[in-house]
Ligand binder design. Sequence first.
Ligand SMILES: C[S@@+](CC[C@H](N)C(=O)[O-])C[C@H]1O[C@@H](n2cnc3c(N)ncnc32)[C@H](O)[C@@H]1O
Length: 199
Amino acid sequence: MYSENPDRFSGDPSHFVAWALARLPSSSRPLRILELGCGVGRDSRVLARAGHRVVAVDHSRVAIERARGRRDNPPGLEFLEDEGLARLARTASKSLDVVYAHGVYMGFREEELDELVKGLARVLRPRGRHLFAVRATIDPHFGKGREVSKDVFWGGPHPTPMHYYRRETLARFTPPGFVRFAEELREDLALWYVGDRRR
Ligand SMILES: C[S@@+](CC[C@H](N)C(=O)[O-])C[C@H]1O[C@@H](n2cnc3c(N)ncnc32)[C@H](O)[C@@H]1O
């Protein structure tokens, strides 16, 4: 995707990052943030410019090379070519304040979501937060292609299976011991904006 389209996700930051910035835990020190599926880093730069220490990973080598090559990368930002769950597994327990992901989990299989939820419960500190955005079933592409499992469509406009979320299915992201403190359907973008925090 990134090789074929040099401008993919390279423009303005997502709308979601402003929403997320307003929902970071309050702290007198820089927060430690892990961004999963950072693409070319348009949101990573915003988070780091706000004074936080950001590790941003993507499994696309092309995306990470492009992200690293930017001249406007602020201090406190590190880009790594890595698979998100593998990175989470290598992250020390209770070492992060925030895990951030914009538009990433729709391709995760059920067992990968289980692994994600376990990983979040392990790496996030007390008061730590998981802030993420996923595609909603109101998306015009919902229902296109073949339904390979509930709400997962393959063969429509996306090259890989795509999970569209409804309010009920969003609950599966909340690890035990966490509480959902924010959940918003952005109808204009067909995205759910979600925040979970450790109790
Ligand atoms: C829709 S793009 C969004 C990119 C970025 N978050 C943004 O908003 O600009 C999803 C990104 O997630 C990455 N991705 C998907 N699954 C991943 C995984 N398991 N590990 C790491 N990166 C992943 C893809 O390579 C892609 O760059």
